[in-house]
Design a protein around this ligand. Sequence first.
Ligand code: ZN
Length: 197
Amino acid sequence: MSVNLDGPELRAMVDEAGKDPLEALARRLLEEIGEDPERDGLKDTPARYARWWREFTNYDPGTVATLFETSSAGQLVVVSGIEVWSLCEHHLLPFNCSLTIAYRSAKQLLGLSKFARIAHQHAHQLQVQERLVADISSDIMRITGAEDVAVVGQGEHLCMTMRGIRTSARMTSSALHGAFAEEGTLRSELFAHLRAA
Ligand code: ZN
């Protein structure tokens, strides 16, 4: 679910008002916090703000479902160190998340670069970390047909480090499916990978 800020409705609004509503919003925001949107340093800020929001919410992941036949079905595949930036939906402040994606392959393997594309696709929208890892795990299951899938994310949230208790802390969330959801070899293997990472 992503908000399309670049659709025909928006263009119609722009034409009608002669102004970009996102730019107007940014100018209003600057005024509300006691700034002068016309001063030198801020003159181009509303346009940059509008461009940034469109870029962020219109991320194109390209092809995410390139599969290869494999003769080694049943092997554990762990892809770690996938770094994404997302926006916390409660505060509209960024959080970064380092993701580890693990699955036991069925008949087909997913191309390595596709994990990052899937991760970025879900990160480029308003999120909470728990849903980010859950959404990625659903996609991996759907695309690969694998039942044993785990996604673990470690994130640092600016809404924690910049406001509130103003301390740096990392939060871990995980979505564990199939054999990863139960105590056993596969789960132990994943946790060994995470400790080593
Ligand atoms: Zn937040």
